[in-house]
Design a protein around this ligand. Sequence first.
Ligand SMILES: [Zn+2]
Length: 210
Amino acid sequence: MIEVQTIQVGELDTNCYIITDTETESIAIIDPGDVSKKLQKIAQRYAEKIKYILLTHGHFDHIAYAKYLQNTTNAKIVISKIDEPLLKDNMLNLAIPFDGRPVPEVQADITLQDNDILPFGNTEIRFLLTPGHTKGSGCFLIENHLFTGDTLMKLSIGRTDFPNGNIGEMKNSLRRLAELKQNYKVYPGHGNLSDMQYEKMYNPYINSVI
Ligand SMILES: [Zn+2]
């Protein structure tokens, strides 16, 4: 079983999630999007326990603290193969266009393809490639928890008008999420938590594709 803690980081209030496998106390951190005192404390205290830094996509507001965590903990940096180049390109990851300054470049340790599975404590993490917001955007599925990054947000979706975005791909990705059988809890990259049943009922973007 896992427990999820949310820490909001950065000017864009990115949701950074701390996932703990309660039986083994293994930790994974999703989208450490900015410098954070809380994250720094967690890194110092649990350096050995942190197995993965999982990046839903390569935008600066989801990756900015990954390098620090890679340097100070046991964690491996995980991102889709397709979005990997954004980790070293401060134009493509939007740091320069949006924020006017670069974020630390970071080398991925593991790159993912659609449906790849990572062992995590007594459970596992499945990666769903869900392009649209960026070409290599994805969701992480852990037990009944779905971490959607900027693909799906409560009653909304991520922008598709950035250089790597594509509205057609986004629609296919939303359809795929809507077809998941279980009523997964949804943990988006920004904003409030939700669940798939609620999104299928009320999210206008999902409604337009199912
Ligand atoms: Zn984004």
